[in-house]
Design a protein around this ligand. Structure first.
Ligand code: NI
Length: 215
């Protein structure tokens, strides 16, 4: 198993090394580290956690063409080519299918503790100081304005609505980043999310003060 995990790490690193939208190899690397430490606390199967974390963005449908079946299929093909058991392949593919945030009113439930820690780790990497860096990276990649005075963020109830959004990057804090704290699965994840959430609130307060030339 250890060897397959190493080979998977290599495979994903090569694939995502030059990805420009903030879903790059270093995001995957951070998610794996974080998922492993959450997984240890929550007594998850760490091999499954590693494989699902490593393969979770191997083909990110948000950044590309909106087809959410490609990621799980690619993960399946890779694990199959490595001679992995069907049970493990199914479990990893299931986690990857359900991991993404799809809008404020769209539920994305995880069945197993392994799925829950990988989803928590992926969401933690979307908030706090790193989350702020990534959301502006993604905004630039999508050529979105940083902020527009007077626009209202929308709380989407379907994933189609969510992905057709073309608001500003600051809107995205209200449509996603600030909502993630309430969506954490595990106790350890929730605790970490609190601190990162608080940091974003302070950041936004300073941002708006600067925007209005008050500070
Ligand atoms: Ni991710």
């Amino acid at each position: 198993m250890k060897e397959i995990i190493l080979k998977t790490r290599d495979f994903v690193k090569k694939k995502l090394e030059n990805e420009g939208s903030g879903h790059d190899w270093l995001h995957t690397w951070r998610v794996e580290q974080l998922a492993l430490s959450l997984g240890q606390e929550e007594k998850a199967n760490l091999d499954i956690v590693s494989l699902a974390a490593l393969l979770h963005d191997v083909w990110d449908w948000k950044a590309y063409d909106g087809d959410e079946t490609i990621g799980p299929r690619m993960a399946r093909e890779w694990l199959f080519s490595q001679g992995m058991d069907e049970e493990i392949i199914n479990h990893v593919a299931e986690i990857i299918t359900h991991i993404s945030y799809k809008g404020a009113g769209v539920p994305t439930k995880m069945r197993t503790i392994e799925g829950q820690v990988v989803q928590d780790a992926d969401r933690l990497d979307a908030i706090g100081a790193i989350g702020i860096a990534r959301v502006f990276t993604y905004g630039g990649y999508k050529k979105r304005p940083m902020h527009l005075s007077g626009t209202k963020p929308r709380l989407h109830t379907t994933k189609e609505e969510y992905f057709s959004g073309n608001g500003s990057t600051i809107d995205h804090f209200y449509e996603k980043l600030l909502l993630l704290k309430e969506r954490m699965n595990t106790a350890t994840g929730k605790k970490m999310a609190e601190g990162r959430h608080h940091f974003m609130e302070k950041y936004l307060e300073q941002f708006f003060a600067e925007w209005e030339g008050k500070r």
